[in-house]
Design a protein around this ligand. Structure first.
Ligand code: X8Z
Ligand code: ZN
Length: 621
């Protein structure tokens, strides 16, 4: 199953059997019995049938989507829209019919299946379903094709620079230290999304219609209802977790601002205001690890540079993937099937547009699992391929379950699996697999720890913000003319980051410059995943008998930890997520103390640094 499309979250599976008519109609059997009280036997028959139909149509839709994202053309976009529309028709029908059985006392599994069938939009009008599916396909395609085309140089006869796809722009942001160049590519990319702003606004309206037909206030509230708790309780959970992490983030932000003031000058980075977004090494300022060379502790190294090593060795995309697979098999998990290697897309094709944003797919509910990713030999992609394989190993594990339970315990779990494994990519592990020559001295630990915090801790307020914004948009508190105003208000409030230039009036659509907004993929999942991965890591390290600091623990090669993880993976979404969490950690609540434990020495170090930097900073002009 595709893990990053909203379809997964909203539409557990689609069924075939298009309903050609304009509006839903209950099928004859259901209609004639509508007056009679439904029986348990009827409910069980309905569930079995619906589950099979949803699975069939869902897989068809996945396949169409796979082709559309691998070959972005008008025709593939139309075909995926048609296929998704069919799935939406079926899932809406099924959700409607599932309501009939709500008062029955059913076995736990059947009751849960009825609940899961209702996690969808319901759009009774065919025109709405069609417009929803077309807009979604169009925006994903537009994002995938977008390029920044720099203006022609003023000098007569000078060649026009080539248009730059996102990957190249990201590389500039990661490596250049020229503020003018950084600002140019930042603005160049953010100038692309206004082209689909109107479509996004239309899409929001149709989506809300579908959520309201399901009894939710709006699509945001519907998303928040997918966590085995009332939507308001979920918002409160997110806030609780954020408050746990905030002091650590504040320390990191303060340190980063001081260091950027040293690097770019006091005029470029305000002493106590937000940091300009183009200086953070990443297009969305969501992870700051590319700033490590500027921020690293004086006298300490980030051990060896994995990116340099991968480049130097000309590590291929397949090699990178083999390393990741090797980690999972070391935990006792199976090798990837031969078809994975035949059917995945691991490098960016030269001659066509594809959606390069990494994703993991399950095309048959058995073992036709694939990755689509434009891998480059960098430390970041090394982590991302571990992340993607985490999705696939989850798919492979829960494919023993009936179709409706073939999903993550919640969507945050799905995102957390590969990241948990990637937390075990320690210097000691890299040395063990021959990717590092010398293991750094433990006295140098602050370096790698800072590097990891720049990825993981910096990410937290970003991940919180994306769906806070969408909740406001879906909730109607923010109208299209104010999309950017609201986006940057949240960015300043949570991330302490500012737009490098004034907002583009009512025209701008900076949120749409992020893949997950353009493709309408919920984002709270990544926030949860960042909490959960540290909880899983802490529990698995204990299972492996490692009593040392969490940041030095690697579960590589530990079959016992692997078996414990696998046991949870195989549960899929058959039980409410607290039970899955308990299976690995013994805990039933999400809890950011594991993340705080992991970074505890860094927090103390940052606070000490910040006290010193406050003194030297005051002398900066
Ligand atoms: O989208 C992803 C994965 C695919 S599910 C590559 N991630 C988020 C992002 O890139 O914004 C992983 C971390 C956050
Ligand atoms: Zn993912």
């Amino acid at each position: 199953m595709l893990q990053i499309r909203p379809g997964v979250a909203l539409i557990p599976a689609l069924i075939a059997g298009l309903f050609a008519g304009a509006a839903f109609a209950l099928p004859a059997v259901a209609a004639t019995r509508a007056a009679a009280k439904p029986t348990v036997a009827e409910a069980e028959r309905f569930i079995l049938d619906a589950e099979q139909r949803l699975e069939r149509l869902g897989l068809d839709a996945q396949r169409a989507e796979w082709v559309a994202e691998n070959f972005i053309t008008l025709d593939t976009e139309t075909m995926t829209a048609q296929s998704n529309e069919q799935f939406l028709t079926l899932s809406g029908e099924v959700a409607l019919q599932a309501r009939r059985f709500k008062d029955l006392k059913l076995p736990q599994a059947s009751a849960r299946k009825l609940l899961l069938m209702q996690r969808t939009l319901m759009l009774p009008e065919a025109a709405d379903r069609s417009s929803y599916a077309r807009l979604a396909a169009g925006m994903t395609g537009a994002y995938g094709k977008a390029k920044y085309c720099p203006p022609a140089p003023a000098a007569a006869g000078a060649a026009r620079p080539a248009c730059m796809p996102l990957g190249e722009l990201e590389k500039v942001l990661a490596t250049s230290r020229d503020p003018a160049r950084l600002k140019e590519v930042w603005l160049g990319w953010h100038a692309q999304s206004p082209s689909y702003k109107q479509d996004y606004a239309k899409y929001v309206a149709v989506s809300n219609k579908g959520a309201r037909a399901m009894g939710a206030l709006d699509t945001g509230a519907l998303w928040r209802s997918f966590y085995d708790m009332p939507p308001e309780a979920f918002s409160a959970e997110m806030e609780r977790l954020w408050q746990q992490v905030k002091p650590l983030y504040d320390s990191l932000h303060t340190y980063t601002r001081y260091k950027l003031r040293q690097a770019y000058g006091a005029a470029a980075v305000p002493a106590d205001g937000p940091i300009p977004a183009h200086l953070l090494g990443n297009m969305w300022a969501q992870s700051w690890d590319n700033l490590y060379p500027l921020l690293k502790p004086a006298g300490l190294e980030k051990s060896e540079d994995l990116t340099a090593l991968l480049e130097e060795r000309k590590t291929s995309a397949v090699d990178m993937t083999r390393y990741a697979e090797g980690f999972y098999t070391s935990l006792g998990m199976r090798a990837l099937p031969a078809t994975f290697w035949e059917r995945s897309l691991l490098t960016k094709p030269r001659d066509r547009d594809v959606v390069c944003h990494a994703s993991a797919w399950d095309l048959d509910g058995k073992d036709d699992v694939r990755v689509k990713m434009c891998i480059t030999p960098t430390a970041e992609d090394f982590r991302v391929i571990h992340h993607e394989l985490g999705h696939l190993y989850y798919d492979l594990a829960y494919n023993v379950q009936p179709p409706l339970f073939r999903n993550g315990a919640n969507d945050g779990f799905h995102e957390a699996i590969g990241d948990t494994v990637a937390l075990s990519i320690t210097p000691a592990y890299l040395k063990r697999v021959g990717l590092m020559k010398n293991e750094p001295d433990p006295s140098q630990d602050i370096g790698p720890l800072l590097y990891t915090a720049l990825q993981k801790v910096a990410f937290m307020p970003f991940a919180y913000k994306v769906d806070k914004w969408r909740w406001q948009v879906y909730g109607g508190q923010v109208q299209p003319a104010d999309y950017d105003k609201a986006w940057w208000a949240l960015t300043e409030q949570y991330q302490g980051v500012a737009r490098p230039a004034p907002i583009d009036g009512e025209r701008g659509f900076d949120a749409g410059a992020k893949f997950h907004v353009a493709s309408d993929t919920p984002y709270a999942r990544y926030f949860l995943a960042h909490v959960l991965q540290f909880q899983f890591h802490r529990a698995l390290c204990r299972e492996a008998g490692d009593t040392g600091p969490l940041y030095r623990c690697s579960i590589y090669g530990n079959k016992q930890a692997g078996a414990r993880f696998q046991q949870m993976l195989a549960m899929g979404t058959s039980k409410p997520w607290p039970e899955a969490l308990k299976a690995v950690t013994g805990e039933e609540r999400m809890d950011a103390t594991a993340m705080l434990d992991y970074f505890a020495p860094l927090k103390a170090w940052l606070d000490a640094q910040n006290r010193q930097l406050a003194v030297t900073d005051s002398a900066l002009k």
